[in-house]
Design a protein around this ligand. Structure first.
Ligand code: GDP
Length: 441
């Protein structure tokens, strides 16, 4: 009708520069983006360590830090000041500024890091799952104090490590923290290293993807600068920031077909009446490209691109972007939808098989499938087999029910067709609690 004619007449055209995006990326000085999740037992020092990193890397201004120090000293808890750096995030969340995952960013010379979760929160596991689904790697914080390491191992340490591994996180950096409390005892460090690596290997991490750093978050030793303590001089390995910067394990699929899950949809921006934000999961794109959004199957034109808040002609997998669009009606765009190309569209499916870690008893049952911000009613229709955590070998075929802690292959049937493909990270929930998390196969 009339409306259609109008939108055809108003069709925007943007000339593509036809860039070789991968070549542009390789010669650019643009920083890599890396997301990580922080895990470990309560009081292991996660908040303090992250506060230290943010402060060291200049992500928090000195005045705010001084104010926290003063306030913390006033109540006799000077060491808490650093942990408060992260609490800024929760204040923001209370005001509704940040969306559902508190993010904290800092930069080194080569990398723009995002800490994707809120360590120290009471409602920790759900937060961590949301974080883990976006993480390139994990930082596991261990309290090396005598007695504390042992109780931490019985506590959340193992559960968290299993969880991130079950969601497909491959690399883990272990911060053996509070080494100041054991006088930088080398034997203590090696004993912890041995026990944790034995456990992480059975949890399915490959030893080449596990590393250990003895450190002290409170003192800032071996975080961004090497410890000057003579008792720590035996350690000549990488310090924490060097481990984080090690790029090998988190290369993104730049040469795969384009995939981007839409985080948010904005209307009425200055740049463009319709914009979407998200992280590029795979592939690359440039200004002037025609994209396809699924499940609507509608196409759109990329007018302009922002990468980490700055305009750019192109973007590649791993980067956090805003795409300003034209020639599409916003009703076709929702958070959780997937951006791809008509030459290799993402399939929309109603049934999938996934390898998941069970948090509750699992049996054929109703669940909600969560992928990022998308969620759909579904049911587990079949338990195919329970599996060995490390090798993935079948333990038992067709179990009727499995208990928490089991890795199991399940078939899930969703009520509606959803754009999904392996190896997407999915979470299964019922009534607000997580029953399983894992990877599509
Ligand atoms: P979280 O629950 O894992 O986030 O732990 P916090 O960061 O809140 O720290 C718990 C307690 O351990 C606080 O009292 C910190 O001051 C203390 N702490 C953290 N890191 C260190 C450290 O490297 N050395 C010592 N001695 N204490 C630390």
């Amino acid at each position: 009708g009339g409306m259609n004619k109008l939108s055809v007449e108003e069709k925007v055209t943007v000339k593509s520069k036809n860039l070789d995006v991968l070549a542009e990326y390789n010669k650019s000085k643009r920083k890599r983006s890396a997301n990580f999740v922080v895990i470990g037992h309560v009081d292991a020092g996660k908040s303090t360590l992250m506060g230290r990193l943010l402060a060291d890397q200049g992500a928090i201004d000195q005045r705010t830090l001084d104010r926290y120090r003063k306030e913390a000293e006033k109540i006799g808890k000077g060491s808490f000041a650093l942990a408060w750096v992260l609490d800024q995030g929760s204040e923001e969340r209370a005001r509704g500024v940040t969306i559902d995952i508190a993010t904290n960013k800092f930069e080194t010379e080569n990398t723009a890091f995002t800490i994707v979760d809120a360590p120290g929160h009471r409602d920790f596991v759900p937060n961590m799952i949301a974080g883990a689904s976006q993480a390139d790697f994990a930082v596991l914080v261990i309290d090396s104090s005598v007695g504390k390491f042992e109780s931490g191992l019985k506590g959340q340490t193992k559960e968290h490590a299993l969880l991130v591994r079950s969601m497909g996180v491959q690399k883990i950096v272990v911060a053996v923290n509070k080494m100041d409390t054991v006088q930088w005892d080398k034997d203590r460090f090696e004993e912890i290293e041995q026990q944790i690596s034995a456990f992480l290997t059975t949890a399915g991490f490959q030893s080449k993807n596990i590393s250990f750093v003895p450190c002290s978050g409170v003192l800032g030793d071996n975080i961004s600068r090497r410890s000057a303590d003579v008792h720590a001089s035996w350690y000549s390995g990488r310090i924490l920031i060097e481990e984080l910067e090690d790029s090998e394990p988190y290369t993104h699929a730049l040469d795969k077909p384009l995939r981007m899950t839409i985080g948010d949809v904005f209307r009425g921006g200055v740049q463009s009446p319709i914009s979407i934000s998200g992280r590029l999961d795979a592939g690359s794109l440039q200004v002037g490209d025609q994209i396809l959004t699924m499940p609507s199957g509608e196409s759109a034109l990329i007018r302009s691109i922002e990468v980490d808040g700055e305009p750019n002609d192109w973007a590649v997998a791993g980067q956090n972007v805003v795409l300003n669009l034209a020639n599409i009606d916003p009703i076709h765009l929702r958070s959780g939808d997937v951006v791809c190309r008509s030459s290799s569209p993402i399939p929309t499916i109603t049934t999938f098989t996934a390898k998941v870690l069970a948090f509750e008893h699992l049996m054929p049952m109703l669940v909600d499938v969560h992928r990022g911000r998308l969620h759909v009613p579904a049911r587990i229709s079949k338990l195919v087999a329970s599996l060995d955590k490390a090798s993935g070998a079948t333990l038992k075929k067709r179990p009727k029910i499995v208990s928490p802690g089991t890795v199991v292959r399940v078939v899930v049937e969703m009520d509606t067709a959803v754009p999904l493909e392996a190896p997407t990270r999915v979470v299964l929930r019922t009534g607000g609690s997580t029953v399983a998390a894992g990877l599509l196969e």
